[in-house]
Design a protein around this ligand. Sequence first.
Ligand SMILES: *[C@@H]1O[C@H](CO)[C@@H](O)[C@H](O)[C@H]1NC(C)=O
Ligand SMILES: *[C@@H]1O[C@H](CO)[C@@H](O)[C@H](O)[C@H]1NC(C)=O
Ligand SMILES: *[C@@H]1O[C@H](CO)[C@@H](O)[C@H](O)[C@H]1NC(C)=O
Length: 213
Amino acid sequence: MHLRSLLISFSVLAAATPILSPRSDTNTYNITTDQILSIAPNSSTCANPPAVGECATAEQAAPAISASFSTYSVDSRAEQAALVALMAFETLDFRYNRNHFPGVAGQGTRNMQSPTYNDKYAASIPALSEQYASATGNVTAILDLLVADDSYDFGSAAWFLTTQCSDSVRAELQQGSESGWEGYITSCVGTTVTDERKDYWLKAVDVLGVGSE
Ligand SMILES: *[C@@H]1O[C@H](CO)[C@@H](O)[C@H](O)[C@H]1NC(C)=O
Ligand SMILES: *[C@@H]1O[C@H](CO)[C@@H](O)[C@H](O)[C@H]1NC(C)=O
Ligand SMILES: *[C@@H]1O[C@H](CO)[C@@H](O)[C@H](O)[C@H]1NC(C)=O
């Protein structure tokens, strides 16, 4: 209900005030700290983090996420919303970057991807080639490499979407519809839609103005 009324007032405003549309080239990839805070309110602070060394604030997340969209050319607002929502949901508002529940070794980065994907992801990063070779398949060592640098830590969601999802999943996702988002979650990410996961997506769609650009 709340979302629907916001969307309606946004489109009414967009018709009256050109200032809201379209986005200029310079901010195609830009996600602001305020947008992250609206989607993941508990990322306002890292005081008393539940896992030492893992928490990131919205202020830290926003530029790293923006950079990842630029690196992997994710310029669709609908795709950006799906990725930000996934990261916020998977990390409990950016407080974790390693799996703790139940604690799968090597699972992590900000989209909480499994060790198999972290291995592929690390292998794809030229600047990590020597360290990746030294890790010799040790999943914990590989995750350590990825989380040591915000650009890699926050880059995994955009890497995964652009290298592991099919063109048809992406084309549907780019439409901004719920069924397109469900296809991404179930057919590519390989998990299930829950109310909590969907709430994050609805917030992200609203905050990033999907459909109103
Ligand atoms: C992103 O947007 C914020 C707020 O509008 C601005 O301060 C920042 O400079 C922008 N960053 C880039 C890379 O455009
Ligand atoms: C955010 O923090 C509040 C207050 O500590 C807590 O009640 C709420 O469950 C937290 N939300 C999330 C998504 O972790
Ligand atoms: C794997 O790497 C971790 C982190 O560097 C290290 O603590 C652990 O001993 C390594 N395991 C093996 C079997 O070498």
